[in-house]
Design a protein around this ligand. Sequence first.
Ligand SMILES: [Zn+2]
Length: 136
Amino acid sequence: MRAHHFNMSLEMRTENTNYQDLYSGLIRIHILHHACRGEVFGLWMIEELERHGYRLSPGTMYPLVHSLEKRSLLSSKEKREGRRYGRLYRATPAGRRAFMIAKEKVSQLFNELFEGKRHSAHERLLRTVERTLARD
Ligand SMILES: [Zn+2]
């Protein structure tokens, strides 16, 4: 299970750079998802997305979260832990609303992508049954 996930991540990683535009919305939704659940550091999000097979440099991640903040979907505050220092992000109420709508759209797309498979398998089965019945 673990190895499978790892292989899939590697595969996705090689594709990542070629189709960045296809994934940018997914990445934003993923960021919003975690920022709705709690406060997140930019660096943590880079690691989290890497775990899911998206390789983002800080030079890509920070403009991305800044743009979400500029659109008032995220808010941020500075956090100092000893000598470590960073910016914590969390979803605003507008960010939560935007996330709920995006989540619904992801759910619909997910259903179409994966229900479709089940449908065609079901249709193939039906055709086989019909052919079998026609033969009798
Ligand atoms: Zn995640």
